[in-house]
Design a protein around this ligand. Structure first.
Ligand code: NDP
Ligand code: MG
Length: 389
């Protein structure tokens, strides 16, 4: 019997967080929950603390009254509590499932204190990938960073199976709810339309990112860091059924793919259980019942996000951080009703044009670039950019 792994779960009340707890609950003999954090959803966090009994819990939005029966654990409040959970609470793995670049300091803190990071929070790598990867030296047998994002989990699994250098990576994309919409329809797309994702059930921000294809743009940058790839080694293929989670191509002409039903519990269980494959609760893939799998090239005109990712990668420095910050602001504005769908890519592109890239060599510099980019994007949105022609 191996020792239980102690897991700190940051963002436990979200889509990934709740599914991670479902997986953990299947294996009480394997995992202990060391920490749980939420932003403002206290009721769900209280319920989770009652059930999983962590040593530390936190609400990052700020202080609140803690019920008598939940005072057995230590409580933290405010954004710094994420770093406390990642660095100071005794644990083995830190599963970072918060949304947005707010996750970056905790990813760095977890690695600085020698914890293994299970990473769902792609924005941390997009904004600060160089800093994160400096803390994650390559180690096949004992990786310090395991991706949870389904595409990157797929690539990670294929690379382990291959055990040889790869030529290139194909990230698959469902194409989102607007895959078949023409430019005229896209100009009138509503939030309700965008939130109707065809294959995945996720948090609101990533669902909007899927509709704009910024999710895939972020994933290209995420893949560049995780797999130490050149941007030219990464391409994207639309695959509406979302059962091939990504592919890796090798010199001998072989392509390895990882498949499964679109259910995040599979990559979550893989990351938690590495190098084993504990049961996840996801169903089995039945290809016979599906009949056909479809593939299409992405359309760069209707979905400019992918081009912007490659441009930001080529610019280097803080450009990817700027792209991420502008997208967080624009996606938030679209969710809040103050920006239309086509405005999201326009605001990101304009922000990238206005905010010069600087050195991304410290957390301080990245946080500064993030703030400047957010200010620029907010100003554009407030001014009603882009004007309707
Ligand atoms: P959700 O919005 O469902 O959950 C986000 C979690 O983070 C919640 O626990 C939320 O707390 C907390 N949170 C929100 N804002 C902050 C903040 N400023 N500081 C600290 N914590 C915060 O998101 P998802 O679970 O969908 O996504 C989480 C991450 O995983 C994202 O980076 C996303 O891109 C990535 N991911 C998600 C997938 C999915 O299927 N959902 C797939 C692949 C990657 P509260 O509930 O209190 O608001
Ligand atoms: Mg993904």
């Amino acid at each position: 019997m191996t020792a239980k792994r102690r897991v700190a779960l940051l963002g436990s009340t979200g889509s990934i967080g709740t599914q991670a707890l479902q997986v953990i609950a299947l294996h009480p003999e394997r995992f202990d929950v060391a920490a749980l954090t939420a932003h403002s959803n206290r009721d769900l966090l209280f319920e989770q603390v009652r059930r999983f009994r962590p040593a530390f819990a936190a609400l990052t939005a700020g202080e609140t009254e803690i019920p008598e029966d939940l005072r057995f654990c230590e409580w933290g409040f405010g954004e710094d509590a994420l770093v406390t959970a990642a660095r100071d609470v005794p644990c083995d793995d830190v599963l970072v499932a918060v949304v947005g670049m707010a996750g970056l300091p905790s990813v760095l803190a977890a690695r600085e204190s020698g914890r293994r990071v299970l990473l769902a929070n792609k924005e941390a790598l997009v904004a600060g990938g160089g800093l994160v990867m400096d803390l994650c030296p390559p180690d096949e047998a004992n990786p310090s960073l395991i991706p949870v994002d389904s595409e990157h989990s797929a690539v990670f699994q294929c690379l382990r199976a291959a055990g040889t250098p790869y030529e290139s990576i194909t990230l698959t994309a469902s194409g989102g709810p607007f895959r078949t919409w023409d430019a005229q329809q896209l100009a009138t797309a509503t939030l309700e339309d965008a939130l109707r994702h065809p294959t995945w059930n996720m948090g609101r921000k990533i669902t909007v990112d899927s509709a704009t294809m910024f999710n895939k743009a972020l994933e290209i940058i995420e893949a560049k860091w995780l797999f130490r790839a050149e941007p030219g080694q990464i391409d994207v293929l639309i695959h509406p059924e979302s059962v091939i989670h990504s592919m890796v191509h090798f010199r001998d002409g072989a392509t390895l793919a990882q498949m499964g039903v679109p259910d995040m519990r599979t990559p979550i269980a893989y990351a938690l259980g590495f190098p084993g494959r504990p049961e996840s609760g996801a169903g089995a893939l039945r290809l016979g019942a599906m009949g056909t799998l479809r593939f299409e090239e992405p359309d760069p005109v209707r979905f400019p996000a992918l081009r912007l990712a490659y441009e930001a990668l080529a610019a280097g420095g803080t450009a990817c951080c700027v792209l991420n910050a502008a997208n967080e602001e624009a996606a938030g504005a679209f969710l809040g009703g103050s920006l239309r769908y086509t405005g999201v890519a326009a605001v990101v592109e304009e922000t990238l044009g206005r905010v010069p890239s600087t050195k991304a060599d410290s957390l301080e510099n990245i946080l500064r670039a993030d703030t400047i980019a957010r200010q620029a994007a907010r100003r554009l949105i407030k001014e009603g950019f882009p004007r309707k022609r």
